[in-house]
Design a protein around this ligand. Sequence first.
Ligand code: CTP
Ligand code: MG
Length: 240
Amino acid sequence: MKMKCTAIVLAAGKGKRMNSDVPKQYLFLEDKPVLYYSLQVFQDSFIDEIVLVTSESDVEYCRNKIVEKYGFDKVHSIVAGGKERYHSVFAGIMAAGECDYIFIHDGARPFVTAQILQRAYECVIQHGACVVGMPSKDTVKLANEDGFASLTPDRDLVWMIQTPQVFSFSLIKRAYMSLIEEEEALVSRGIKITDDAMVVETFTDKKVKLVEGRYENIKITTPEDLKIAVTFLGKDDNSR
Ligand code: CTP
Ligand code: MG
């Protein structure tokens, strides 16, 4: 039986690390905005519905210049996000209709593929919670507050986490409700929530499975990422 799948595509960030006037998800890669590319992959996939989360002031721009223009008819709502990424995800969850699985994706990751979505789908059916990532190529060190190396995790166990992050709807909704309830306590303890798996790890007993993405599934974060992205366009073998 085909499960009902909804994607939440996040585009409500300000892109501070990019240092550009226009938020990075709206910068152009060749002749289309960064956000176009992942929406096209979701549109062409088995995903049933898309919730697009953007800042209040960009809702109209997204509707006219992206969703209508490129015919993304799976986008059933465009909602305003919030200050932190997790506020935007929460807004997306609240806007999503009843479904079996939620695929949460950074709109700043244009190189997601049909195969990644398929692997994540198979994985979430088996495990109920999974996130896409790749084994780290570099050695990772944890620093102490004085800037000295304090711990070197076994590189074979280190993964760089990407999106989509995929969960059963009831699980992710429950986890995010708890997060919003306990937000103040977390903030006061200095805990920063940077992905969705962390919300599930913190507020539920569910184990989150790691599933292979691809090294090309980068997040456009700083200006040099745009140069890398340009070299991927067109010449990219997206069969993985
Ligand atoms: N995002 C969001 N709402 C926020 C913050 C982030 O929807 N309040 C989205 C971004 O638009 C992006 C994704 O989450 O698609 C990943 O976040 P990140 O790369 O951190 O983007 P920004 O927060 O925009 O960038 P920066 O952290 O450099 O300001
Ligand atoms: Mg950010």
